[in-house]
Design a protein around this ligand. Structure first.
Ligand SMILES: [Fe+2]
Ligand SMILES: [Fe+2]
Length: 192
């Protein structure tokens, strides 16, 4: 049986799989951004069908493998996908599967559904706090990654920007305003 866990159940899984404190903050912020994007997208486009509950759980669990033991040949997020399958959540696993940076450069792995796209994008806008896609890539570039990782980063950037553009178009807002727009939504949400 497949189920979508509640926030409380997601937090129990954080405990079970030893989620580091910093990573919890990342997961909370990514979940918050996905929630904002879903709400705003629904306002702008009533026909849009997004499973908000599924996306929220996937956002809270997408890096569940941070401290988990990896099986031979597994790379992130394979371990997360396996754990979520073992926990009886294949639908959540499916959304989590395509969130890592490298997936977007492979048409077979890249995010396709709205849930997958929103999770992917929100994850690339957040380190621990919300910083936006460009600042996130600046920080990665400053890490002087190994050549393979740098190549993936360079190939991924235009594709992530393309995805960002797709979301921006659906939201009917200007790309220069996107970071400010989300920051304002975060602020408004904390006042609610
Ligand atoms: Fe990840
Ligand atoms: Fe992440």
């Amino acid at each position: 049986m497949s189920y979508i866990p509640t926030e409380v159940q997601c937090r129990k899984l954080w405990q079970k799989y030893n989620m580091p404190e910093e990573k919890k903050r990342h997961l909370e912020m990514v979940a918050k951004i996905t929630d904002i994007l879903v709400r705003e997208l629904r306002i702008k486009n009533e026909e849009l069908r997004i499973n908000g509950k599924l996306l929220f759980a996937a956002a809270l669990l997408h890096d569940i493998d941070k401290n988990a033991e990896k099986l031979p040949g597994e790379r992130h997020p394979d371990t997360a996908v396996r754990i979520l399958m073992e926990e009886g959540m294949p639908d959540v696993a499916e959304v989590v599967k395509s969130h890592s940076l490298h997936t977007i450069v492979d048409p077979k792995l890249s995010p396709k559904t709205w849930e997958e796209k929103i999770l992917f994008l929100a994850d690339k806008m957040v380190k621990i706090d919300f910083i936006g896609v460009d600042e996130r890539f600046n920080l990665w570039n400053a890490e002087h990654l190994p050549i393979d990782a740098q190549n993936t980063l360079d190939l991924a950037y235009p594709k992530v920007k393309h995805l960002e553009h797709e979301v921006l178009e659906s939201l009917n807002i200007n790309s220069d305003d996107f970071v400010k727009y989300i920051q304002k939504c975060i602020l408004n949400q904390s006042k609610e």
